[in-house]
Design a protein around this ligand. Structure first.
Ligand code: NAP
Length: 330
């Protein structure tokens, strides 16, 4: 397998965090390579209209927004490759990043590999993603004004999504697979006291009904106690059963919490417990999880990486431009 050491910083992930990091790095003349991973563009590529990303008063399609972010970084020299990270070695400097195509040695790494919303796992759910099936109420709730929708899940996320969705929807039904909710009492109470929210317990979704043209029209559901299968009408399905950070290749190499989110040990810094490895976006954030917050932290990671490379004089040793060049920053 070929080994390449032509890049100064490897950015893992091509969502808003990775693209913004690449933009800032390339404008600092630090040649970044973005390893795009399995889902180039990240989670926004499975949503349709994005109305809450500043600068697009008419809204913009998720895939289009990611295409523009990528083009903007490429304009300044960032290189994007559709490669999947298989393993890393952060124990030795320069670091090694092994993908499905080749091995890279590189002085600094920014991990922005995101998190994946957990899916129920139904073919019909996958087919209607962005056409009535959503994993983010903040992103898509607005499109369900005066509609009747379903939220699947019994944790804090499901309660939060259901409560948020009542701002738009006529009625929200929470479908949970058990009798007891997992959510904290305060979140449960808030949802249970909301007159627009109803609960269906001991029930799972077996099929999402509808089409790309007509959107979601209903669900086939099964009561786990009686085994009875029935159809219920709904115009939208929000799946809120948790997220998984995409951090498997780094397990045992950098500090993570018990859910696999990367820990940033220093306040006001995106550095991980390994000097020279930075993290941004949803791999560190299970609270906000927005494109704009991910983009902001991608910018921070790039600035941290740039400062670290300069401070450690790695820039000179690696043949990188020393210091800052004159430029106009926002
Ligand atoms: P979670 O606590 O892991 O809950 C996931 C829920 O989805 C559980 O009720 C689970 O059912 C259900 N579920 C899992 N897989 C399923 C499947 N295949 N089909 C149907 N249902 C399934 O995840 P979360 O709600 O995203 O919360 C994650 C963390 O973030 C928690 O620590 C939570 O407290 C925190 N959080 C906090 C806030 C807040 O405080 N504002 C908001 C959101 C999240 P079972 O109960 O049967 O396992």
């Amino acid at each position: 397998m070929a080994t390449s050491s032509e890049f100064h910083v490897i950015v893992i992930g091509s969502g808003p965090a990775g693209c913004t990091a690449a933009l800032y790095l390339s404008r600092a003349n630090l040649k970044p390579l973005v390893l795009e991973g399995m889902q180039p563009g990240g989670q926004l590529t499975i949503t349709t209209e994005v109305e809450n990303y500043p600068g697009f008063p008419e809204g913009i399609l998720g895939p289009k927004l990611m295409d523009l972010m990528r083009q903007q970084a490429e304009r300044f020299g960032a290189v994007f490759r559709m490669e999947q990270v298989e393993s890393v070695n952060f124990r030795q400097h320069p670091f090694t990043v092994v993908t499905d195509r080749q091995t890279y040695t590189v002085p600094a790494v920014i991990i922005g590999s995101g998190a994946s919303a957990m899916q129920i796992g139904l073919p019909s759910e996958k087919a209607l993603q962005g056409f009535g099936v959503s994993y983010c109420a903040t992103c898509d709730g607005f499109f369900f004004k005066e509609k009747e929708i379903v939220v699947v899940g019994g944790g804090d996320s499901a309660m939060e999504e259901a409560t948020f969705l009542t701002k738009f929807a006529k009625k929200v039904t929470v479908i949970h697979r058990r009798e007891e909710l997992r959510a904290s009492k305060i979140m449960q109470d808030r949802a249970k006291n909301n007159p627009k929210i109803e609960f269906v317990f001991n029930t799972v979704v077996e099929e999402v009904l509808g089409s790309k043209d007509g959107g979601v029209t209903g669900l086939k559901i099964r009561n786990l106690q009686t085994g009875a299968v029935s159809e219920m009408k709904t115009q939208g399905l929000f799946v809120a059963i948790g997220h998984t950070p995409n951090t498997k290749p780094y397990a045992g190499q950098i500090e993570m919490d018990d859910k696999g989110y990367i820990i940033q040990p220093h306040k006001h810094s995106t550095v991980t417990n390994i000097q020279g490895v930075f993290a941004c976006g949803d791999v560190v954030d299970h609270i906000y999880r927005q494109a704009i917050t991910a983009a902001g932290s991608g910018c921070q990671a790039a600035l941290d990486a740039e400062r670290w490379l300069t401070h450690e004089r790695i820039t000179e040793r690696w043949g990188l431009p020393a210091g800052e060049e004159e430029r106009i920053d926002a």
